[in-house]
Write a protein that binds this ligand. Structure first.
Ligand code: 5GP
Length: 130
């Protein structure tokens, strides 16, 4: 069965899209650690990030760099933290999270609540800077 992220990439499940290319997609995390928390995926479904083909992995990081710089210009923060967890969704992805301290990248901490309007505005504002 296709992963939830493959279904998002196929447009079967909605997301707050930030940016995409033919190979990659960036969209806001539905349960974010911070405003602007974005997931970056290869559209091709592979569970474990280190099973990705070298070129696809390199392209993922380069695409994530553009998205991270756009998040940084949109959400006040010290920098953009990057993490790979992958314990919940078996489809390789990078987490891009605006951070000000080490604690901000603690995935066990309570997530922030964002309204639909805020999600839509964040996705649009970040997306137009990518
Ligand atoms: P991980 O697999 O890296 O442990 O966590 C998966 C991440 O994907 C979590 O931060 C979770 O909030 C996010 N997530 C899970 N399902 C969805 C979804 O359907 N839409 C979006 N936008 N994010 C999701």
């Amino acid at each position: 069965m296709a992963s939830i992220f493959s279904r998002i990439a196929a447009g079967e499940i909605p997301c707050y899209k930030v940016a995409e290319t033919d190979q990659y997609l960036a969209f806001l995390d539905i349960n974010p650690l911070a405003k602007g928390h974005t997931l970056v995926i290869p559209k091709q479904e592979t569970d474990y990030i280190f099973d990705l083909d070298d070129n696809l992995l390199a392209g993922l990081v380069l695409f994530a760099k553009k998205v991270a710089l756009a998040i940084e210009q949109t959400v006040p923060c010290e920098r953009i933290g990057i993490a790979v967890i992958g314990l919940e969704v078996p489809h390789a992805h990078l987490h891009l999270v605006p951070i000000n301290s080490l604690h901000d990248l603690d995935f066990t901490k309570p997530r922030v609540k964002i309204t639909k309007e805020e999600y839509a505005q964040l996705a649009q504002e970040i997306g137009q800077k990518v």
